[in-house]
Ligand binder design. Structure first.
Ligand code: KMH
Ligand code: ZN
Length: 291
């Protein structure tokens, strides 16, 4: 059992009444626009989505971008334009994905930070990813972490499996605290090859997190609702979005990212931990306002 910043065991739970951080992951790298027409893939679509999701209760946007043919890209010019446009049009914390697509090179994934985001994802280990492998060997993790520290980009630690939690402890022990000084994790559950997306697994994972860390959780596909409600019940924060699920209910496709954020915000309000603003999220995560 971990020790909390407040000295109590069970450390990473939000206090009763503390607001809920909602991150929206609107696009991802896996779904195809042709198969999922509501997926935001152009800069205009992304900006519109960001505004709607901010209105619905999101405080962070986790960003993957697409090229002119709607295919995943880590093109630096496009990433810079995206960061700029999202900052101009919203006060959301802009978190760029350094995971990209499973086909992206380590070099290009490291270069993402040169686009100057507020924050970035940092996955703490390799994981089977359906029929693919999402590669995050120790040397890449440490290079990426060192770069976040030198550029002052606040990392969110993406944890797909229990070994990733062990690697996070090792990273912090060997390389020190992250930019911003606060550890925030995201449990990515239900990926075929990673940890399952259910309440028992979530509780077990949360107990293993570093002392004082805050955490969000997201469940892929049909695990999205069980993970959402388990995270709220366990005092955590939420990530939702079409990167993680494109089905709103049995037989009904997601119409927009905003409806996923609205549903998350409604659930958070129901447990009396309403959605936090981006300003509150910056305070919690240690993310300066670069706008
Ligand atoms: N698209 C996945 C291979 C991240 O954004 O950092 C990786 C991913 C994680 O989505
Ligand atoms: Zn992602």
């Amino acid at each position: 059992m971990t020790e909390s910043a407040t000295g109590k065991p069970g450390s990473t739970t939000a206090r009763p009444g503390q607001a809920t951080l909602i991150t929206v992951a609107p696009t991802g790298a896996e779904s195809e626009k042709a198969a999922v027409p509501a997926l935001p893939v152009t800069l205009d679509e992304l900006v519109t989505t960001a505004k709607e999701c901010r209105e619905a209760g999101a405080a962070v946007i986790h960003v993957h971008i697409r090229d002119a043919d709607a295919r995943p890209t880590l093109d630096l010019g496009r990433l810079r334009d995206t960061v700029h446009a999202l900052r101009e049009s919203t006060d959301l914390i802009v978190q760029l994905s350094t995971g990209g697509a499973v086909t992206d090179s380590f070099e290009r994934r490291l270069a993402v930070l040169d686009a100057g985001p507020d924050a970035c994802s940092l996955t703490c280990g390799t994981v089977n990813f359906g029929g693919d492998v999402f590669m995050n060997p120790w040397g890449f993790m440490t290079d990426l972490y060192a770069k976040t520290q030198s550029l002052g980009v606040v990392p969110e630690f993406e944890l797909f499996d229990f070994g990733h939690i062990a690697a996070l402890h090792r990273l912090l022990a060997e390389y020190g605290p992250p930019a911003g000084g606060h550890v925030h994790c995201d449990l990515v559950m239900g990926v075929p090859g990673g940890m399952p997306g259910d309440a028992a697994t979530l509780v077990h994972a949360v107990a293993a997190l570093p002392a004082g860390a805050t955490w969000s959780a997201t469940g892929i596909g049909r695990t999205s609702l069980p993970v959402l409600f388990a995270a709220l019940a366990a005092g955590g924060h939420l990530r939702v979005g079409m990167e993680d699920t494109v089905t709103f209910a049995r037989g009904r496709a997601v119409a927009s990212n905003a409806e996923l954020v609205e549903r998350a915000a409604a659930a958070a309000a129901l447990v009396q931990r309403p959605a936090m603003t981006p300003a509150e999220a910056r305070g919690m995560l240690g993310v300066p306002d670069h706008r």
